[in-house]
Design a protein around this ligand. Structure first.
Ligand code: ATP
Ligand code: MG
Length: 138
């Protein structure tokens, strides 16, 4: 059954002009785009999105980074979307990312790692609902 996941083209990738190339990877992997928007988010919006990480030492830097420039928010659909997107993204730290993954190709560091993808069904549901209204998903 088709499944939905949530993704972000992060500010580093957008700034470096990698958005189109990342879209091409997502398209080639068979994902349908059911929601899409470009935003510049506030630090408070980033903190709400990443609240699960609020006790982590990198939380302040991460939310400053995520609010540092335009990002592209995506709701993606395919069979096994959550796991397949994580695989396509590669490891959090690009130094550990497999050859051919988006982070291997486009990420600069463990923080500025080009793309976000939901890690489970419950987080996907929270993340989609955080950024999109139902009528924006087509
Ligand atoms: P994401 O949630 O963005 O898809 P992820 O699930 O691979 O990435 P998480 O552990 O959820 O990784 O961390 C969320 C984000 O926080 C990472 O993508 C990265 O931008 C940042 N981050 C994670 N660990 C570190 C770290 N040790 N130092 C700096 N930033 C980090
Ligand atoms: Mg995560």
């Amino acid at each position: 059954m088709a499944q939905r996941t949530f993704s972000i083209i992060k500010p580093d990738a957008f700034r470096k002009g990698f958005t189109g190339a990342i879209f091409a990877e997502i398209d080639k992997a068979g994902f349908q785009i059911v929601g899409i928007k470009k935003l510049s988010i506030s630090k408070a919006q980033a903190q709400g999105f990443y609240y699960v990480h609020k006790e982590r030492p990198f939380f302040d830097d991460l939310t400053t980074f995520m609010s540092s420039g335009p990002i592209v928010l995506l709701v993606l659909e395919k069979e096994n979307a959550i796991a397949d997107l994580r695989k396509l993204m590669g490891a959090t730290n690009p130094a550990n990312a497999e050859e051919g993954t988006i982070r291997k190709k486009f990420a600069g560091s463990i923080q500025e790692n080009a793309i976000h993808g939901s890690d489970a069904e419950e987080t996907a549901a929270f993340e989609i609902g955080y950024w999109f209204a139902g009528y924006e998903l087509i």
